[in-house]
Design a binder for this molecule. Sequence first.
Ligand code: SF4
Length: 220
Amino acid sequence: MIETTHKPGRLRINEIFHSLQGEADAVGFPTVFVRLTGCPLRCQYCDTEYAFHSGDWRDLDAIIDQVRVFATRHVCVTGGEPLAQPNCLPLLTRLCDAGFDVSLETSGAMDIKDVDARVSRVVDVKTPGSQEAARNRVENFGFLTQRDQLKFVICSREDYDWSKSYLQEHGLPGRCQILFSPSYSQVPPASLAEWILADRLPVRFQLQLHKILWGDVPGK
Ligand code: SF4
């Protein structure tokens, strides 16, 4: 039976590994990834389903000790949905206190306001193509700063048009950096690039570097 109970001072960790950051502002930097177990969403393109259930409970000191072993400045806390575990917040603060350059990858469905202000938050906006657009928490947009990024994964031309309208509807350009990424194997990257250029859209195109380098391999 899968253990889901919240444990004081502990987090359920799916994996901790060292790789290159594949997305967002820190792309290309050697980074330690701390992947937390569990996610309340079920995006159709999810590539980390293996993190939904399996993992070991560890206390914060043990997690930070393991991160230090890699001697890398950048740390990314990811999932699953890391904020689904309340102890993610003290972990982020402890990592900042320890001097790491910390980023958080979150689905956009959880409240981000209590995340340590030193953390760079990469917040998804779920498009209709993800099949989880109803989970977008628009209240989060008011907490975004220039340290943060909003990430749209585009699954089709319809998704692109929806995202373009969504940017205007919620006044998002200028609030933080906006990233548009093609859903792996669903939209040709060059098509998305052409759409952005044709519309003069103020967004940053990105590809998932780790998938170009290694494909869909867990732990990379
Ligand atoms: S939010 Fe992320 S981890 Fe959760 S189902 Fe969607 S893609 Fe997968």
